[in-house]
Ligand binder design. Structure first.
Ligand code: ZN
Length: 181
């Protein structure tokens, strides 16, 4: 349960600890698991003892590439799309495995991502914080020239540096350069 989640109707339950009633429903006031008292017919929410699951599988996150290895890219998560009712803590790092970069063969991950790139990706494995960018609207949203650190401009399927003219490749999101997440 997350804050605001519907637990049941007021006909089924009385609102217990850490819940509230609203228009005939009982809702969770905090993150946790529900506990039903069958004698009192009340429901409570018991807070999670470990970190509450503030991000969920399938969430779209925005992050920055902070490291590249042979088979994966390391990402620091900066936020999540549409998650306004859930607190995004400092969730730390995630990875994009080479098999989750795009559909088709990836020869070198350095041809798809660059250090400091801003990435839009979907969480496919919450436990290991694995992200996927294979869908067309997922991938690099903003990239800096590896030569002079200028924001690169999209030219067809490649990126060009308006400052030094360098051409680079990325696994681009359809929204590259728009700033629209
Ligand atoms: Zn440049």
């Amino acid at each position: 349960m997350l804050p605001g989640d519907f637990i049941g109707t007021t006909e089924e339950f009385r609102a217990g600890a850490q819940t509230y009633e609203k228009t005939g429903g009982v809702y969770a006031a905090i993150a946790g698991t529900t506990r039903v008292n069958t004698v009192r017919r009340s429901v409570s929410v018991i807070p999670c003892t470990n970190t509450p699951p503030v991000l969920r599988k399938g969430d779209i996150v925005i992050g920055q590439i902070v490291g590249l290895r042979d088979s994966l890219a390391m990402v620091t998560i900066a936020g999540a799309k549409g998650v306004v009712d859930r607190e995004i803590p400092n969730v730390g790092s995630a990875v994009v495995h080479v098999s989750n970069v795009k559909r088709g063969y990836v020869k070198e991950i350095a041809h798809e991502f660059g250090i400091f790139d801003i990435l839009k990706a979907k969480i496919v494995d919450l436990k290991n914080m694995r992200l996927d960018t294979s869908e067309p609207d997922m991938g690099v949203m903003k990239a800096l020239c590896s030569n002079c650190r200028t924001a690169m401009v999209r030219h067809d399927s490649k990126l060009k540096c308006p400052e030094c003219g360098r051409i680079e490749t990325r696994k681009l999101a359809t929204g590259y350069g728009t700033g629209i997440i």
